[in-house]
Design a protein around this ligand. Structure first.
Ligand SMILES: *[C@@H]1O[C@H](CO)[C@@H](O)[C@H](O)[C@H]1NC(C)=O
Ligand SMILES: *[C@@H]1O[C@H](CO)[C@@H](O)[C@H](O)[C@H]1NC(C)=O
Ligand SMILES: *[C@@H]1O[C@H](CO)[C@@H](O)[C@H](O)[C@H]1NC(C)=O
Ligand SMILES: *[C@@H]1O[C@H](CO)[C@@H](O)[C@H](O)[C@H]1NC(C)=O
Length: 299
């Protein structure tokens, strides 16, 4: 699954603090002395549409760096099949990380996992072992979040200023760029999903109400069907908002993920190994004229 030049996923997992996608009972308390101020976050690559190379949009990297983390690309080899959440190199890599993360957290070894958009959809599959997504008309829209009562007591939003919460609830600040969604009715009729995740927001395409943000009850596992990284860092689509509240949304989401990553102490064995793995070894290329992303890293 990993490319020949890169370490195996289990080895990567030992070192990476947090996975973007990416505890017998978790204690989310963090004493300052227990904080890791040098968090490194692994980001899974995805297959390029044009050929078998994989890529990571630079906006994910900037997003994490903006809040004080560094990024290690987790390179996945795609022997065809594209990105399919039930059967692909992406799925198998995500599956291995997800299982290792649950295992680590159960043993009191804090290891956060994050899924954005496809990563969110992947999490719904990994948790329920079923492909349960519905088609929605959400491929190009910015929407306000319809917060649940639980959002107020969530870990994810507890550090957000109240003005920003009000703006998120009333202005179209969250970018949706997906054709599949987890219908709210599906979520609540599936025991494995509803017992694992707390729904923090929903949205609708006019026909289907779907889950747009969740966090796991007992694990540091988080997902957004929307794209928090795009507001500040992507400019290629007219529906991406760039208002002050939109940019704050990007920053406060990043701040939350990275603050979770600082609770993890996974590390590289040596400085040399760390240096070799960091995204700084690669250069992003400008793709704004031909794709949805301003810059991507190609592997
Ligand atoms: C795939 O396409 C990208 C962008 O066009 C290019 O940079 C990369 O070298 C290609 N990879 C292969 C294996 O041809
Ligand atoms: C994903 O792969 C599975 C198994 O090969 C297949 O049944 C399914 O149709 C694929 N999904 C998509 C969206 O292509
Ligand atoms: C999909 O949503 C857009 C607005 O985001 C709307 O203009 C369009 O008519 C909708 N398409 C369908 C088939 O409902
Ligand atoms: C928000 O969600 C609630 C609960 O599902 C629903 O009753 C309400 O109509 C939704 N509001 C909007 C604006 O979609």
């Amino acid at each position: 699954m990993a490319t020949s030049g890169s370490p195996s996923l289990r080895v990567v997992m030992e070192k990476v603090l947090f996975l973007l996608l990416i505890c017998s009972k978790l204690h989310f308390v963090c004493r300052a002395a227990d904080r890791n101020d040098r968090p490194i976050i692994g980001v899974l690559s995805q297959k390029l549409a044009s050929n078998t190379s994989s890529y990571i949009a630079a906006s994910y990297v900037k997003f994490l760096e903006s809040a004080g983390a560094r990024v290690v690309p987790v390179l996945i080899l795609f022997p065809g099949g594209g990105v399919n959440i039930t059967s692909s190199g992406y799925e198998r890599a995500a599956e291995i990380f997800y299982q290792l993360a649950l295992e680590a957290n159960k043993n009191g070894d804090f290891f956060p996992v994050w899924g954005t958009c496809l990563g969110f959809e992947e999490l719904t599959f990994l948790t329920s072992r079923k492909m349960q997504l519905s088609h929605t008309n959400t491929s190009a829209a910015a929407l306000p979040l319809n917060f649940t009562e639980d959002a107020k007591r969530s870990r994810m939003f507890s550090g957000f200023p109240s003005e920003l919460m009000a703006a998120l609830a009333s202005e179209p600040l969250t970018v949706n760029a997906h054709q599949f969604s987890l219908a709210t009715t599906t979520f609540y009729s599936d025991g494995s999903l509803k017992n694992f995740y707390r729904v923090l927001s929903t949205n609708t395409d006019g026909n289907t109400e779907f889950v747009s943000t969740f966090e796991a009850y007992d694990y540091p596992v988080y997902g957004t069907q929307w794209h928090p990284e795009k507001n500040a860092f992507e400019w290629t689509r007219p529906f991406i908002p760039h208002s002050p509240s939109a940019i704050k949304t990007t920053f406060y989401m990043a701040e939350f993920f990275v603050s979770e990553a600082r609770k993890s102490f996974h590390r590289f064995k040596s400085q040399e190994e760390e240096d070799k793995a960091l995204i700084y070894n690669y250069n992003p290329v400008y793709t704004g004229a031909t794709s949805a992303f301003e810059q991507i890293y190609i592997f």
